[in-house]
Design a protein around this ligand. Structure first.
Ligand SMILES: [Zn+2]
Length: 131
C-alpha cells in the first residue's frame, strides 16, 4: 500500500495492520478504546496515543453465519465479539488453525489475533483460538 488507508483517525491503525494490533489509549485517564475515535469515551479528553495491544482476548459472544453475504466468505463461519485483554471489545471473524473462517469457537475461549490478507486493503484483524 503506497497511500494511507482509512481516514485521519484510523490511518495509524491500518498502517500497523499485519504487524501489530494497535489500540488508542487516553493520555489523561489511561482507558483503552476500539474502534478509533477522535476523543476518549471514558473522559472526553482529546489526547489519545496509539499503543500496541497484546493481541489476546476471550470470546465474549459469537454467532454462526449460515447465509452467504459476501462472495469471499463461504458459510458457515463464525463472527464473534472478542473482549480484548486491554478491555475494549472487537467484532471480528474467527478463523481456524488453517486461517480459514469456520465454526471455530465457543464463548469463553481464549483467542489471539491473526491477520487475514486482502488484495485491495490492509490485512484484516481476525482471531483464532489460542494454542
Ligand atoms: Zn480518558
Amino acid at each position: 500500500m503506497t497511500e494511507a488507508y482509512g481516514d485521519a483517525v484510523t490511518a495509524p491503525f491500518w498502517a500497523a495492520a499485519g504487524q501489530e494490533l494497535l489500540l488508542q489509549r487516553c493520555d489523561s485517564c489511561g482507558a483503552h478504546q476500539f474502534y478509533p475515535r477522535p476523543f476518549c469515551l471514558a473522559c472526553d479528553h482529546d489526547g489519545l496515543s496509539w499503543t500496541p495491544a497484546s493481541g489476546t482476548g476471550v470470546i465474549y459472544s459469537r454467532t454462526e453465519v449460515r447465509v452467504k453475504v459476501r462472495p469471499e466468505l463461504v458459510p458457515p463461519y463464525t463472527v464473534a465479539v472478542v473482549a480484548l485483554a486491554e478491555g475494549p471489545r472487537m467484532t471480528t471473524l474467527v478463523v481456524g488453525d488453517d486461517g480459514e473462517p469456520g465454526p471455530t469457537c465457543e464463548i469463553g475461549d481464549a483467542v489471539e489475533v491473526a491477520w487475514m490478507p486482502r488484495t485491495d486493503a490492509p490485512p484484516l484483524p481476525v482471531f483464532r483460538r489460542s494454542a
